[in-house]
Design a protein around this ligand. Structure first.
Ligand code: NAP
Length: 333
């Protein structure tokens, strides 16, 4: 028997999640059966989309159930294997979420590719789901051309920080927002042309206008709300609005009004397109190849914010909504 602690949803949050919405439970894992593998997690991913799964409503993924462990990305090490593809010591990516250890069919696991010089947890961030979201959302929907101006909100987060840097690598001018001066300094340090602290800038529209008076060709939206209105206002004709996420509304207790200036989508011939990263799963080989090339050449940097211990996962999660992370939010086990 192996003991594992896990984080369960204790109740559905109303508004911003609080500690009481989560519970730590201890479970005894059976020995793996035929075709199964015992994995001990080293890293757990903490992601904003998990908030959506805490509502009991139809969506592109089923809601979390009260009393069950929260599912999500994790990287762990194979301890015991009854599956021919896995051996003890292998590092694997899984979606079994916030647990110290688990037993699962080998078919539900993915062996991590070996990439010298890249820490394991990068496969939950810059080389994982958030990185692919940024790379594919920008490239396949935003389609920036060299010389374009790209505006990205949530610029210092896991997705936004990759969007900002990839846009620079594609020859664009980049304006990015973040919630602290330290995050803005970091954005400048990786080449962002205009970093705006949206909490202290006063009027966000005027701050973006002052930075890029001629307007923007691409907006990569991680935040929604006022940021989206500003992007529509600043959009040049035929600009592309990449709708990746709208975190400013995830904890809203009442319906959030749409952008008051949405009519400009018509007059400026704007394209507004949402997406879920899995749409671009088939592009992973190209994504990994291009990103690892940039990383090896020192052209792509990333930050991570790490909480230690499975019991800290709820704190890490709540922290996403107050800007407690720079780069990828992770829990180390
Ligand atoms: P993240 O940006 O690393 O973390 C969340 C950040 O959002 C916080 O650090 C905070 O930074 C900012 N934030 C929180 N509340 C805010 C508010 N009210 N107004 C403005 N900013 C706020 O998270 P991530 O994993 O990279 O995800 C970024 C976005 O992409 C999220 O909207 C997420 O849902 C979305 N996403 C979508 C897909 C997809 O497939 N479409 C996949 C992954 C992620 P500040 O300090 O700057 O406020």
């Amino acid at each position: 028997m192996t003991t594992s602690r896990e984080i369960r949803l204790a109740s559905r949050p109303v508004g911003t999640p609080v500690a009481a919405n989560f519970a730590v439970a201890s479970v005894e894992l059976p020995a793996p059966g035929a075709g199964e593998v015992l994995v001990r997690n080293h890293w757990m991913s903490v992601d904003p989309y998990m908030r959506g799964r805490m509502y009991d409503r139809p969506s592109y993924v089923p809601p979390f159930q009260i009393g069950e462990a929260l599912q999500g990305g994790a990287i762990g090490e194979v301890i015991t294997s009854n599956h021919a593809d896995f051996a003890p010591g292998d590092l694997v990516n899984s979606m079994f979420g916030w647990r110290e250890a688990f037993v699962a069919p080998g078919a539900a696991l993915e062996k991590l590719p070996a990439h010298a010089g890249v820490p394991t947890q990068a496969f939950l961030g810059v080389l994982g789901m958030p990185g692919l979201t940024a790379w594919a959302g920008l490239g396949e929907i935003g389609k920036p051309l060299a010389g374009d101006t790209v505006f990205v909100s949530g610029g210092a987060g896991a997705v936004g920080s990759v969007v900002a840097q990839v846009a620079k690598l594609r020859g664009c001018t980049v304006v990015a927002t973040a919630g602290t001066d330290e995050k803005c300094d970091w954005l400048r340090s990786v080449g962002v042309d205009h970093a705006i602290n949206y909490k202290t800038c006063g009027n966000l529209l005027e701050a973006v206008r002052a930075a890029v008076p001629k307007g923007i060709n691409v907006y990569f939206d991680n935040v929604g709300g006022e940021h989206l209105e500003v992007a529509i206002e600043m959009a040049k004709p035929f600009a592309r609005l990449v709708e990746c996420g709208m975190i400013s509304g995830y904890n809203a207790e009442n319906p959030v009004p749409g952008p008051s200036n949405i009519i400009q989508v018509v007059g400026k011939s704007l394209m507004m397109r949402g997406f879920i990263v899995m749409e671009f799963a088939g592009l992973r080989p190209q994504f990994i190849a291009e990103m690892t090339g940039w990383i090896a050449a020192g052209k792509l940097k990333w930050e991570e914010t790490v909480f230690e211990g499975v019991e800290k996962a709820p704190d890490a999660f709540v922290g996403l909504f107050s800007g407690g992370n720079t780069g990828k939010m992770l829990v180390k086990l």
